[in-house]
Design a protein around this ligand. Structure first.
Ligand SMILES: Nc1ncnc2c1ncn2[C@@H]1O[C@H](COP(=O)(O)OP(=O)(O)O)[C@@H](O)[C@H]1O
Ligand SMILES: [Mg+2]
Length: 251
């Protein structure tokens, strides 16, 4: 059902989201090319996560449009967007902590969110998917922990699992919400190289608060403030822009 081609991997047109009287995103329009590395920055409460929630389908916009490779996905359920090639990670880890790494990854590959996880099924039920899950864990160097419960592993390891799960779906578009937040320096460089190694078939859109780290990975930058796009364009131009200094750097 997806349109075969478009100049853009992802387009957002005049997206608006309000909670009661509080307008959290307004007139947000973005056009992101296939393979692009886009960084979304902006102060806390700017509406960055809310923007991702609308793109992924976790939240429904009040108005506006979202297109994936030219196809209108504005009203599709999140799992259908995932099947069309849209993956995301969350700012808050969504792994199921009581369950093993391999079970989490297997269910993640199925595109199931924690609320729908069906824990009663043995791993063998999933056949090839369970093998694929082990390959994913191997790729991020965590195969030796496959049978451990998520609650046993370090925060940085959880983030790597989450990222690997999203990548295993070989998405056209990957949304990363603060993938480096809360990591130690070592973990940060591990996750950074994992992100840097994402193949160009995947378009990467990343929210990151730590600008210094994130700018290495970004080609283009969008600055949000109070739910609106303030500046948008090539990385160096956005960094040099006076409005970026005003909003983000507070000078
Ligand atoms: N479900 C919600 N209900 C009410 N207000 C919300 C909800 N989600 C987010 N907000 C509000 O929207 C604003 C933007 O939040 P968010 O998108 O999380 O910002 P950011 O990710 O840029 O820090 C905040 O003021 C937040 O309190
Ligand atoms: Mg956020």
């Amino acid at each position: 059902m997806i349109a075969p081609t478009s100049e853009y991997a992802l387009e957002v047109v005049n997206l608006k989201k309000a909670f009661g009287g509080l307008v959290v995103t307004q007139d947000i329009s973005l056009a992101i090319r296939p393979g692009e590395r886009r960084l979304i920055i902006g102060p806390n409460g700017a509406g960055k996560t809310t923007l991702f929630n609308q793109i992924s389908g976790d939240m429904r916009p009040n108005s506006g449009q979202i297109k994936l490779s030219g196809a209108d996905i504005t009203r599709l359920a999140p799992y259908r967007r995932a099947h069309l090639g849209l993956s995301r990670t969350y700012q808050i880890i969504t792994l199921f902590t009581g369950d093993t790494l391999e079970h989490n990854v297997t269910l993640g590959l199925l595109g199931l969110r924690p609320s729908r996880w069906q824990m009663w099924r043995p791993l063998s039920f999933y056949g090839d998917l369970a093998n694929e899950a082990r390959r994913v864990l191997d790729a991020v160097g965590l195969l030796h922990l496959a049978a451990h419960p998520v609650s046993d592993i370090a925060y940085g390891e959880k983030r790597r699992v989450e990222l690997a799960m999203a990548l295993a779906q070989k998405p056209r578009v990957l949304l990363l919400d603060e993938p480096l937040a809360g990591l130690s320096n070592t973990e940060r460089s591990q996750v950074k190289s994992l992100i840097a190694s994402i193949p160009r078939q995947t378009t990467v859109i990343m929210i990151e608060h730590d600008m210094d780290t994130a700018l290495d990975l970004a080609e283009t930058v969008t600055l949000l403030n109070y739910g609106r796009v303030i500046v948008d364009g090539d990385r160096d131009a956005v960094i040099a822009d006076e409005r970026t200094r005003e909003v983000y750097l507070g000078v």
